[in-house]
Design a protein around this ligand. Structure first.
Ligand code: TYD
Ligand code: MG
Length: 452
């Protein structure tokens, strides 16, 4: 009998070993190495008809290459199109990762239901009835989407060949398994094998494929890192599950920028595209409250007005508490130290809590000035006018530093009806005749003059 060939894979990072060991030398995780049976498949699962298998590729001059076939498929979803860089490229593989329950299946099913060409939604996780129930909540009268519940790649390809869909969605790559590999579904070798087959299928038939991928507890897409290298685009669907907003961003995109961002709101009838996010990120309130400040930030190329809330109170216990949600806690400590040293505020005996509304995380440094303003406002218990906003970075010596693309931020603030925007004196601003008042500040002390 032929000897069964096995090898050892780290289930965390996908490194391969000849024998078992307790710790993976590559990613340093313990107990992640497992034995998997590998058998080189004699043939690939995807077997197109005709002569295309025998096709030999030839070198072509770059300006002779015909790109008309690279036409993009319009996904009929402005946010999704924007993140992809203007629609899905024919024959591309896109991987969508995200935490369980964040709405990956909902998003892709919703897209499949909106499209007016033949889509095949393959689910290894839910039954056809369950998917139908979900579809009825989203869009009850669609008839161009086919649902298949199957996990064996051989059978999936059989159905694809019969149906010839324009778009294939696989929910999820971790549930697929190929007959040629003996290890269980979701193992490193199965994921690799099934993805390779799907890539081959996508490239040869120019059909775009969307894959859903699970993520591990530390937020990476489960399976080998190589999975992310193999696909053309890696999208991440994120957001706080307790909030209704979801953010879609590209971590890798061979056909577009990774700076773009899509925002959705989870509703009873699926995900709604949010085309003007600034309006929803600013909380509605009746009067002006102390401790609130609005920052004009940029997420990728998109301006976003975000509300920062701070609460400064006398520390009840010996050590004051500092906590930040949606903002880097170390940066908060740094800003507090700057306030203490440069502006003489005795914040050392106070608890400081900071929250970015909407459940999103901001790493644009232009939010600094709004954080400082919110802290000062809460500390003094003086409300800032609700039509003020801020866009500047704060340096270690209390200087207010310029930020990139300040004009775009000013225009967004103006569009949303803010009366004043605080920016660094050192920003070069060439726009004139704005309705909004541009307040130039160079030191923290200048800001205090406005607030206190
Ligand atoms: P789901 O797409 O199943 O998540 P994933 O595939 O990422 O695991 O999303 C499930 C959540 O979305 C679930 O908690 C319920 C919620 N949801 C709505 O709020 N409204 C809807 O119309 C749908 C379909 C789901
Ligand atoms: Mg799902």
């Amino acid at each position: 009998m032929a000897k069964v060939k096995t090898t050892f894979f780290c289930q965390n990072c996908g490194s391969q070993y000849a024998k078992w060991q307790g710790q993976c030398t590559a990613c340093k995780q313990w107990n992640t190495i497992a034995e998997e049976v590998i058998q080189k498949p004699e043939k690939s699962n995807w077997k197109p008809q005709g002569s295309s298998t025998k096709r030999v590729s030839k070198p072509l001059k770059i300006n002779e290459i015909d790109t008309s076939q690279e036409a993009r498929l319009n996904m009929h979803d402005a946010e999704f199109n924007r993140v992809l860089g203007g629609g899905m490229v024919q024959g591309s593989l896109t991987l969508l990762g995200g935490e369980p329950g964040i709405g990956k299946s909902t998003l892709l099913l919703q897209i499949a239901l909106k499209l007016n060409y033949k889509t095949l939604y393959v689910s290894g996780e839910e039954s056809q009835k369950q998917i139908k129930m979900r579809a009825e909540r989203i869009n009850p009268n669609d008839n161009s989407c086919y649902i298949l519940t199957e996990t064996k790649t051989q059978n999936i390809f059989k159905q694809i060949e019969a149906l010839e869909p324009d778009l294939v969605i696989i929910d999820s790559i971790q549930t697929l398994h190929s007959d040629y590999i003996e290890s269980s579904a979701g193992s490193i070798s199965q994921i690799k094998e099934c993805t390779t087959d799907l890539i081959k299928f996508a490239k040869e038939t120019a059909t775009p494929v969307l894959l859903i991928g699970h993520i591990t507890k530390d937020g990476h897409i489960a399976g080998p890192k190589i999975l992310e290298h193999m696909v053309d685009t890696v999208l991440q669907f994120e957001g706080d599950r307790n909030h209704v907003f979801r953010i879609l961003r590209a971590h890798k995109n061979r056909f577009g920028s990774t700076n773009e961002l899509g925002i959705y709101e989870m509703q009873g009838s699926g995900l709604r595209e949010v085309s003007n996010p600034s309006e929803i990120l600013i909380s509605e309130k009746d009067g002006e409250l102390s401790g609130n400040a609005v920052a004009a930030t940029l997420e990728g190329l998109r301006p976003l007005m975000i509300e920062v809330q701070a609460l400064v109170s006398t520390a009840v216990y010996g050590t004051p508490q500092r906590s930040a949600t949606g903002f880097n806690a170390k940066r908060l400590n740094m800003l507090l130290a700057v306030l203490e040293k440069r502006a003489g505020f005795r914040l050392g005996a106070k608890d400081v809590f900071l929250n970015i509304t909407g459940g999103i995380t901001v790493d644009d440094p232009a939010i600094d000035l709004a954080v400082v303003a919110a802290i000062l406002s809460s500390n003094e218990d003086v409300a800032l006018p609700s039509d003020y906003c801020f866009a500047a970075e704060v340096g270690l010596s209390g200087e207010i530093r310029p930020v990139q693309r300040v004009e775009q931020r000013i225009l967004e603030a103006e569009k949303l009806g803010f009366s004043s925007i605080f920016v660094s004196k050192y920003n070069k601003i060439s726009i004139k005749n704005t309705q909004i008042k541009i307040q130039l500040v160079s030191k923290i002390e200048d800001l205090i003059g406005f607030i206190v």
